[in-house]
Design a protein around this ligand. Structure first.
Ligand SMILES: [Mn+2]
Length: 519
């Protein structure tokens, strides 16, 4: 049976709104889908400014972020910058410093003799820091993937921020590095190590998988990571995890690289060190072992919170509107709980979710959404901007903070924004979807894998659908036809009609293991 004739795939394609003549391309995306760096507006100007800086031997500093996207982006771009400008420095802020380039940091770097600051995975909303840099004679260059403010636009300096907003910072950083390699050494070809690191950032940063560029990029990276060409930093993480290969998504590798965001005690600069090409093997293994054991500690600490939130979610009325959830942290070393919890609540309810958490000086919020929903108008809303200290992000994931005494004002502003957007397309598919009868027995590995990646944890572009299937449990193993189904709660022996959503799909090309969340 060809892919186009697979009835399951056809029905999915129709449901997802993919034209039938694009179904094959939908499944078969490869590296040829990756855009040319020069197609990104502003790339010429950015590369020209970096070239001038390199020729003048300027002191450059690459300023990243503490999350996986920020650390992989920094590692990818810094490897190229440092090859041409040996005195180049890098800095990824600790979680406690807050997100994005700030005035005080600019002043510190200027005093240390830095002449050019290149931001990556931040900067497009750092207007004050950019202005301060210019006052101090430091040139700010911005490489970002977040949405600029719709009211005041991008800061007044050289920047790239692809306007389609479907790439992670690590991918944009990779493309900038590719343009620089071509300019400095005449090589326009791909760099496998950079592609693989950038793909991990893309998966961890919720980049949409209905975009063939991302599927092609990630599928290629997946095969690289399971080959001897695996970047050494990722190979070290895999050794520490005890995983001989990565079964499907890049998430098990990506999570330990996110520790700068998940634990207050982790320095994200060490994560970048792990990923850089010149780090000695023994040092790499030591860092990887540390990150993997700390990651396990995070999982342990968070388990209680997740259980509570999940059981709360069962009782949350589904319906329209933004879900606002205030979470308590069980441990002071835990940094960002808000984002992962918002993701879970979005999956559980289908509603765009804001998770709030109290810190001593502020209440932080993190937003996640699926389906047609976009945070674009939320991020730029004047009423909300009057209440928050900072706010930024992209269509499906965003964050910010406000002063603790403004909690009521914040909720009021959210509801006012919600009212002002009533009837808009963004709310179209945030209600509970109907359950589809889904014959898993007919699920070919290729189709399962594609659907799992498109609809699963990081395919949030689509509303996660609910499925019904018959599952048979024999000797403790659950099957639906030839597909092994792994559920969070074991099912008793016998035949069951299960309603579920995809959580993960693992596929080695022949066998499929579906991890489902019973609905
Ligand atoms: Mn980031």
């Amino acid at each position: 049976m060809t892919r186009e004739n697979d009835p399951l795939l056809l029905s999915e394609a129709i449901r997802l709104g993919i034209p039938l003549d694009r179904v094959e391309a939908f499944l078969a995306a490869d590296l040829s889908s990756v855009r040319s760096p020069w197609s990104i507006p502003g790339m010429d100007a950015l590369v020209a400014r970096l070239d001038v800086a390199a020729r003048a031997n300027k002191h450059l500093l690459l300023f990243g972020d503490f999350d996986t996207d920020g650390t992989t982006a920094t590692a990818v771009l810094f490897a190229t910058l440092a090859r041409r400008v040996p005195q180049a420095r890098r800095y990824n802020p600790w979680f406690h410093e807050g997100y994005g380039l700030q005035v005080a940091q600019v002043e510190r770097f200027a005093a240390e003799g830095i002449e050019v600051i290149i931001t990556i995975d931040n900067g497009i909303t750092a207007h004050a820091a950019v202005e301060r840099a210019k006052e101090l004679g430091v040139e700010p260059l911005i490489i970002d993937h977040h949405l600029p403010r719709s009211d005041i636009g991008a800061p007044r300096t050289t920047y790239i921020d692809p306007p389609d907003h479907v790439l992670s910072a690590s991918q944009v950083g990779y493309l900038a590095a590719q343009a620089l390699r071509e300019t400095w050494w005449g090589s326009a070809s791909h760099d496998d190590c950079g592609l693989a690191l950038a793909a991990v950032g893309a998966q961890m940063d919720w980049m949409p998988l209905d975009v063939s560029e991302n599927r092609g990029w990630i599928a290629y990276a997946q095969s690289l990571i399971n080959s001897p060409a695996c970047p050494p930093g990722l190979a070290a993480i895999r050794r520490a995890l005890g995983e001989p290969h990565t079964s499907s998504e890049l998430l098990s590798i990506g999570a330990p690289l996110n520790l700068g965001k998940r634990l207050k005690s982790i320095d994200p600069n060490l994560v970048v060190e792990l990923l850089l090409p010149d780090t000695p093997q023994a040092r790499r293994d030591k860092l990887a072992a540390h990150f993997v054991s700390e990651r396990r500690r995070v999982e342990e600490l968070e388990r209680g919170v997740y259980d509570r939130v999940t059981s709360d979610a069962d009782n949350l009325p589904s319906g329209r509107g933004m879900l606002i959830y205030l979470v308590e942290s069980p441990d002071d070393d835990l940094a960002e709980l808000e984002g992962p919890l918002a993701s879970r609540l979005t999956y559980a309810t289908g509603r765009p979710t804001l998770t709030l958490r109290r810190y001593p000086e502020s209440i932080a919020f993190s937003g996640r959404a699926a389906g047609t929903f976009s945070f674009a108008s939320f991020i730029s809303d004047t009423g909300l901007r009057r209440v928050v200290m900072n706010m930024g992000g992209h269509a499906k994931a965003m964050g910010g903070a406000f002063r603790p005494e403004r909690l009521d004002d914040f909720v009021t502003a959210v509801r006012a924004w919600e009212k002002s957007t009533q009837g808009q397309d963004i709310w179209a598919d945030t209600t509970e979807p109907p359950a589809l009868p889904y014959d898993l027995a007919r699920l070919s590995p290729q189709v399962a894998y594609t659907l799992g990646r498109t609809l699963g944890p990081f395919g949030h572009r689509f509303r996660r659908p609910t499925y019904r299937a018959t599952v048979q449990v024999r000797e403790g193993v659950a099957y639906s036809g030839t597909v092994i189904v792994h559920t969070d709660t074991p099912l008793p022996e016998g035949v069951h009609s299960v309603t579920f959503t995809f959580d993960e799909v693992h596929c080695d090309g022949e066998h499929v293991r579906v991890v489902v969340l019973p609905h």
